[in-house]
Design a protein around this ligand. Structure first.
Ligand code: ATP
Length: 241
């Protein structure tokens, strides 16, 4: 059970023949993995299958050793996630949304709720209705909800969408802290390659539904001046396939 996430031969094809083909990857415990790829390359599709929101045509995902298709509850027990967009109840306050979310987990009380709202900079807006929140504030709330149960693994689809510079810097610190202090494993998709370079120790690129494999950021930066240059060269090489 040393691998946090294992994806084996994962394929999902939509009726229009787009989707993902034969994805294989392994993420070690404590890794911060950056899942990169152009628009429409299949990142959300992969992540939806990973958390059981969609069924694969072929292959499987194992989280903490448990198959997402055979042992869903065990596989997801220690996972927090944001997939596509955050959809809190807009007529409730942040606190009320967090309280609802906390009912799914044991031992999540008001102290932990406040802690998560504080970490994400929302404590002072705790009693405001979400309908008055900005996009970035909703995104922060999504992160607060995702970390509420102290998950061992966080799967985040475009968590930086809508965040301002300050919130992005805070998010980076949060991710590094979760990894260092709590040994949390993070699987993050993002278009913001500079952030991925600063945050992730491993990266991989998806293009046209095919996956390049996992590389260490450090070893890429020995050969390329930036992750962006590596990304562009990989997408140039493979993007039309
Ligand atoms: N429900 C669906 N039905 C048909 N095709 C779909 C569906 N969802 C996604 N696709 C197609 O599958 C491909 C992969 O989409 P996906 O949303 O996984 O990409 P993505 O990498 O997350 O993109 P982005 O970065 O733009 O969010 C795209 O070509 C998309 O048009």
């Amino acid at each position: 059970m040393d691998k946090a996430i294992v994806i084996e031969n994962l394929s999902k094809t939509y009726k229009n023949n787009r989707g993902i083909q034969d994805i294989n990857l392994e993420i070690d415990r404590g890794d911060i993995f950056g899942f990169l790829g152009p628009n429409g390359s299949g990142k959300s599709t992969t992540m939806k299958v990973m958390v059981g929101l969609m069924k694969a045509d072929k292959g499987d995902v194992r989280i903490n050793g448990y198959s997402i298709s055979q042992d869903y509850e065990k596989a997801m027990k220690k996972v927090g996630c944001i997939i596509e967009s955050v959809t809190p109840f807009t007529y409730l306050t942040a606190y009320e949304n967090m309280k609802l979310c906390g009912r799914f987990y044991e031992g999540v009380g008001d102290m932990r709720i406040d802690e998560c709202l504080d970490i994400t900079g929302l404590l002072k807006f705790k009693n405001e209705k979400i309908k008055n929140y900005s996009l970035g504030m909703k995104q922060r709330l999504g992160i607060a909800m995702a970390i509420l149960s102290n998950p061992e693994i966080l799967i985040l689809d475009e968590p930086l969408n809508g965040l301002d510079v300050e919130a992005m810097v805070e998010f980076r610190k949060l991710v590094l802290n979760l990894s260092e202090e709590h040994k949390t494993t993070l699987f993050i998709s993002s278009h913001l390659i500079h952030d991925i370079e600063l945050t992730c120790n491993k990266v991989g690129i998806l293009y046209g539904g095919k996956f390049s494999g996992v590389d260490s950021t450090q070893s890429i930066l020995k050969n390329y001046s930036s992750l962006e240059n590596y990304y562009l060269s990989e997408v140039d090489l493979n993007g039309d396939s």
